[in-house]
Design a protein around this ligand. Structure first.
Ligand SMILES: Nc1nc2c(c(=O)[nH]1)N[C@@H](CN(C=O)c1ccc(C(=O)N[C@@H](CCC(=O)O)C(=O)O)cc1)CN2
Length: 282
């Protein structure tokens, strides 16, 4: 047996849950987890079903049959085979705590993904990454070479058939072109409790404002810096004595944990998009 996940979004109406679950059951599926939500403001319906199904059923065949049998107004429906692990590229700049955390979680099979490579605009983590038996791509960048660097990055993403890019403190703003090409496929960790303190040096901004809570936010990357749909957040309490450097130290674990949680939710197909927001079935 293998596990499929069906994610469905459509205009709400009565009977969707019973007809979709009946369809899955009559197709040989055994539903092992289900989540539903209706947004009462815009009457949009959200559903995630995880079900076991016989190995003989191919994802392609199931999707094809579903398209014929399940149709609702303004419907977006995706089915995933959880035995097919998404191919992942991690990107990093100078700070390696999130990269290190992801490499460890991957090494103990906590993240159901195929980690293909790590790319960076610095060589600092080359030996660390290659020691893990992974490809390391050094992609130096300056304001003048950004288009060429991004073209090389996109070629790597295509050549390696990357399904998900994780920005694990990669400190370069990605172009609109790259963000559009990889829409919904790039997750970033921002070292603040968004929407506060967007952009560079958020801990210095927090220090200047004298806030008592600092945090981290994992979000999908869009062309608008630090504006993408939020996936996961967490905060830590600080006091007047905390310097920006203290906050950097306090924030490391929060950033790593928030990013790992967001990546796991993505890999388990627990995130559905609702315009610029997310619906998450945990
Ligand atoms: N299109 C997007 N690209 C990136 C996003 C995003 O939300 N949309 N998030 C960033 C990460 N990030 C904050 O989380 C961030 C990264 C970089 C900067 C920045 O101002 N970078 C400067 C260069 C800095 C340097 O060279 O050290 C720049 O790119 O000009 C702000 C926020 C990742 N990319």
């Amino acid at each position: 047996m293998k596990k499929f996940v069906l994610n469905l979004v459509c205009d709400d109406s009565a009977g969707i849950i019973s007809s979709v679950t009946s369809y899955v059951t009559t197709s040989g599926g055994n539903i092992i987890e289900s989540g539903q939500y209706v947004d009462l403001d815009d009457k949009r319906f959200f559903m995630r079903l995880c079900f076991e199904i016989n190995d003989s059923v191919t994802l392609k065949a199931f999707q094809k049959d579903l398209e014929v049998n399940i149709s609702y107004p303004e419907m977006v429906c995706n089915v995933y085979d959880l035995s097919i692990k998404p191919r992942v590229m991690i990107m990093v700049s100078q700070l390696g705590h999130c990269l290190n955390d992801l490499l460890y979680r991957y090494s103990i099979d906590q993240l159901p993904m195929e980690l293909v490579s790590v790319a960076s605009n610095h060589e600092r983590y080359k030996s660390r990454v290659e020691h893990e038996g992974l490809e390391f791509h050094y992609l130096p960048i300056t304001p003048d070479t950004k288009p060429e660097q991004e073209a090389e990055l996109l070629k790597l993403i295509d050549d390696e058939n990357i399904d998900l890019v994780i920005l694990a403190r990669y400190m370069q703003v990605l172009s609109d072109n790259l963000c559009q090409k990889m829409s919904g496929k790039i997750i970033n960790i921002h070292h603040s409790f968004l929407p506060s303190f967007k952009g560079g040096r958020p801990y210095h901004q927090a220090r200047d404002k004298g806030v008592k809570l600092i945090g981290a936010t994992a979000h999908y990357v869009t062309a608008d810096l630090d504006e993408g749909p939020i996936i996961e957040q967490d905060v830590k309490r600080i006091d007047h004595a905390a310097s920006a450097s203290d906050m950097v130290a306090i924030g490391r674990d929060t950033e790593s944990q928030v990013l790992a949680k967001a990546v796991k939710l993505q890999l388990e197909r627990r995130i559905l998009l609702h315009d610029h927001r997310t619906v998450i079935f945990q």
